[in-house]
Design a protein around this ligand. Structure first.
Ligand code: SF4
Length: 134
């Protein structure tokens, strides 16, 4: 049986309305939501393919850490500790503006707001940007 769920495209701040189709527990298609007040039944190419990455075998399913030039899988605890230690070390050694941060188009406005607070308050820099460029 095919099920459809109305949702918001996760790729950029336009926030187009879409229907995700699911069959046997797997996402299988994306359709435009014709009643959505912003997109009014339209999606760009990224939106039309929004379901594709979910089942992709190229999708990262765990954090990766590069050491001595090689990437290897890591646990979330190890990756978060590694990142926190090294961001703190760089800030303390070279100053806050030696750091820069990139936010995510798939994060919500609220998540991005919290992220800017973390970057500006904890790390003391305004070097923050966002990848939502359609
Ligand atoms: S990526 Fe495309 S479909 Fe998705 S919200 Fe942005 S404009 Fe709309």
């Amino acid at each position: 049986m095919l099920n459809h769920t109305a949702t918001t495209c996760p790729y950029c701040g336009v926030g187009c309305g879409m229907l995700l189709a699911e069959q046997d527990g797997e996402l299988c298609d994306t359709l435009p939501l014709t009643t959505h007040p912003v997109s009014q039944g339209s999606l760009c190419i990224k939106g039309w393919n929004a379901h594709a990455f979910v089942q992709s075998d190229k999708r990262l399913t765990s954090p990766m850490i590069r050491k001595n030039g090689r990437l290897r899988k890591a646990s979330w605890e190890e990756a978060i500790s590694y990142t926190a230690e090294n961001l703190g070390r760089i800030r303390d050694t070279h100053g806050s503006d030696a750091l820069s941060f990139l936010s995510c188009a798939r994060a919500t406005n609220e998540e991005n707001f919290v992220y800017t607070k973390l970057v500006r308050s904890l790390f003391g820099t305004n070097n923050i940007d966002h990848c939502a460029r359609v």
